[in-house]
Design a protein around this ligand. Structure first.
Ligand code: ZN
Ligand code: ZN
Length: 215
């Protein structure tokens, strides 16, 4: 499945993820893409290795004599992990499960209009993460961005001015991008979307509705 991914993370996102400096919502979408994409996982590991190299060059710090035995006893005392009993929806990659639960059927959707639904996830406030449900063949209103918008496909596919996006693909849209994403006709599309500023809708109706929808 991973070889079909053609839209990847930017270097800036990979560096930020490796350094641990991204807002929670951005970190979540990057972690979710990395869990689906061998290419970006390798890039993250390469960055982590560089970071690890820097740590190795630091001067060693003194530790107490029984430090090792203390650590080993902590490891021994750790209870064995209990195997998960709950069946997990394969559409939900592991990093998302703490936020979404184990089944897309349990998501509490709120209507946005035109059949489009959303569920805002609980993260810190610097950026917003939401699941978007776009019915097959439906368009999200034409809009621009006041900041960064990241969109990762979990189910189905969508097309916009920038290309065709299927499961695992991530679109990185900046302030310069205006687009009208349209869900593929074959299947309802579910995406994880992250924004760090409100969207700019061109049409009057979406603009009027925007304050009530929180997008
Ligand atoms: Zn990738
Ligand atoms: Zn957008």
């Amino acid at each position: 499945m991973t070889q079909s991914i053609t839209h990847h993370l930017t270097d800036a996102l990979i560096m930020g993820y490796s350094a641990g400096t991204l807002p929670e919502a951005v970190n979540l979408i990057v972690a979710t893409h990395v869990s689906l994409c061998d290419e970006c996982r390798a890039a993250v590991e390469a960055h982590d290795a560089v970071g690890g190299g820097l740590i190795e060059e630091c001067a060693p710090a003194a530790v107490s004599k029984d430090c090792l035995s203390q650590v080993m006893s902590l490891i021994r005392d750790e209870p064995a992990p209990v195997a998960a009993q709950v069946p997990v929806d394969p559409a939900i990659p592991a990093p998302l499960r703490d936020y979404v639960g184990t089944s897309l059927a349990d998501v509490k959707w709120r209507p946005v209009g035109m059949g489009v639904k959303q569920a805002v996830l609980r993260t810190s406030s610097e950026a917003t993460a939401r699941l978007l449900f776009i019915p097959a063949g439906t368009a999200v209103p034409d809009h621009g961005h006041n900041g960064l918008e990241l969109t990762l496909v979990l189910q189905g596919a969508f097309r916009d001015e920038d290309g065709y996006f299927r499961r695992g693909d991530i679109e990185v849209a900046s302030e310069a991008v205006n687009h009208t994403p349209i869900a593929d006709i074959s299947e309802d599309c579910i995406c994880l979307a992250v924004t760090d500023a409100p969207l700019r809708f061109k049409g009057l109706l979406p603009r009027l509705a925007q304050p009530f929808l929180g997008i």
